[in-house]
Every structure is written in C-alpha cells, then in structure tokens.
Ligand binder design. Structure first.
Ligand SMILES: [Zn+2]
Length: 303
C-alpha cells in the first residue's frame, strides 16, 4: 500500500451530477439498497474496443494502474472501501449505503484482495461505528461528513487502512519470509491496524511475497552478480566495481520515486536506511559480496 492523493475535482461527471445526488437522496430516504446502481458508480461508456468505466479509468490514473492494497499492476475493480450493503462484523448494520457514490469511498482493488474470504464486506473498527448518514435540517445530506478523512467516519478508526488517509510508513515494516517465500509485510503500530489490514486483504499470500522479490530485488541482484563476475575475470577493477555498484544503488532510489512501478512502498522502505537495505536486500545476494555492497550503500546514505 502506498499513500495516494486523489483530488476531489477528479470525480467523474456523472458521480458529481445533481441527478446522482437526487438518486442518492432517494436511497437514503428509503434505505433501499437495491436502488444502488453500478451504472452510476462505474459510469460505463462505449468505445470501439468495448465498454469501459470512467470511474475505473480515473482510479487507474490516481493509483497508477495498481491495486490500492497489494500494489500489483492489475485491471482493478471498483471497490467500496466501506461496504455499501452490509458489514461482516455487524449483522445489524445496513452497510454504508449512503457512501455508494462517495468519491473517497471508491478505490481500485484487484479481484484477489477484494474477493470473499479476503476484504469483501469486512470492515472492523476500533472506534465508534457510524450507522447512518448525517442529514442537514433542510433534508439535504451533509456531504462533508461522507468523506473518509473527516469526522465522524475518521472516528471509526477502521482497522483497514485507507490509502488516501493513512500513511503506510506509520504502520508497516518488511522482513524476509522465514520459509524462503520472498518478502513479508508486517504491521508495527500499537493498535494493530497494520496487521489487521494485512490479514483482511491477505497481503502475505505467496504470490505477492514472491512478486515483491521478483519486481523489486531481482534486477538489482542480477546486475550485482554480473559485476562480480566481471571483477573475477579481470574485466573490472575494484574501483570500477564500486562505481558501478553505486550506479545500481542510485537506480534503486530512482525506482522508489517512480510511483508507477509496483510495490512503491517497499521500494521506499528499502532505500530509507542501511538497516532496511541490509535486512531486505542483502540476504538475496551472494554471501561474499554483501560486505562491499553494504559499504557502498553506506557511503552514499541517505540515498
Ligand atoms: Zn490487490
């Protein structure tokens, strides 16, 4: 998960329309969740290549074509962060039906993170559950109180972190998987929100742990191996090896700033300190090259 800024003025035309607001008021007045229509929150349109969704398209731009939770590149579905029709942890809750067309409640998720058994309708909280929308005296909806980063929704303190509200660096660490299955993400906050987010979206499923290594570490590893082969064959001097190593370390930093790559938060984590670099990257390198690589990292720290 990486922090995402999704501006209010990027809301798609139909979501922002008066017509949609009127349809929403009817849903609120009747609490009839059958009136919630994906024609509005998807906002489909025809293209020569078939049907597309304006909301999906816009979310793909904000989230760089990545799943909001696992940060893999994917064709993401529109996911209601707060479930619109029911809450798994509270059978009496009607669901957050009044947020069905709310921009801050729509985020892109891959099928696996959002399927039944993963996120789906789960929405456990630490704070006070909001059961109904806040209405103004004139019968209109208080739309400011529908935003994920405002009270009263913020006071629910959801266990599931919101990529547009919560900063991943406050909640997550990484470590090498002890069974040799790549890199694990782990929570580190006292309230356990990081760990709960991992459990809810199954962020340590095997394919993601391995994908983190394949996408983030493998190119660097191959480049370093190649340098040492050249050193051993006499094609490179030690000074040249250090110089080229530093170039590849700089590339790691560059990639961490390129938010359209997968696993941005892991990339940032790795280059943040030599301790993180040592813990996450070095174990994938040959034992005999680790010391010189770590020294090169420290020589240019902070990256
Ligand atoms: Zn995902």
């Amino acid at each position: 998960m990486r922090f995402v800024i999704k501006a209010d003025n990027e809301r798609t035309p139909r979501l922002a329309s008066d017509e949609t607001y009127r349809a929403l008021l009817t849903i609120i007045q009747t609490v009839n969740k059958n009136l919630i229509t994906d024609a509005i929150y998807r906002e489909g349109y025809d293209t020569p290549d078939g049907k597309r969704s304006r909301v999906e398209d816009q979310l793909a731009i904000s989230y760089k074509n990545k799943c909001a939770y696992c940060e893999r590149l994917c064709k993401a579905d529109i996911e209601h962060y707060r479930p619109k029709k029911g809450v798994a942890e509270d059978k009496d809750h009607e669901g957050y039906y009044w947020l069905c067309y709310e921009w801050t409640n729509l985020i892109p998720s891959c099928i696996t993170c959002n399927r039944e058994g993963a996120k789906h309708n789960q929405f456990p909280i630490l704070g006070v559950r909001v059961n109904a929308p806040t209405m103004l005296p004139d019968g209109n909806l208080d739309v400011t109180q529908c935003r994920a980063n405002n009270a009263p929704l913020l006071n629910e303190i959801p266990f599931l972190l919101h990529p547009e509200v919560d900063r991943p660096e406050d909640y997550f660490d990484f470590k090498i998987d002890p069974r040799g299955e790549g890199i694990r993400i782990l929570g580190n906050d006292v309230n356990g929100r990081g760990n709960q987010t991992i459990q809810i979206c199954l962020l340590n499923r095997k394919e993601i742990k391995l994908d983190r290594v394949e996408r983030v570490i493998d190119d660097f590893k191959v480049a370093i191996q190649s340098l040492f082969i050249q050193l051993e064959s006499g094609a490179l001097s030690e000074d040249q090896l250090v110089e080229k190593t530093i170039h590849h370390l700089q590339l790691l930093k560059e990639y961490s700033l390129s938010e359209d790559k997968t696993h941005t938060y892991l990339r940032k984590y790795i280059v943040r300190s030599s301790a993180n670099f040592e813990k996450i990257v070095l174990p994938f390198l040959d034992m005999k090259v680790r010391k010189i690589i770590l020294e090169a990292f420290k020589s240019i720290e902070p990256l």
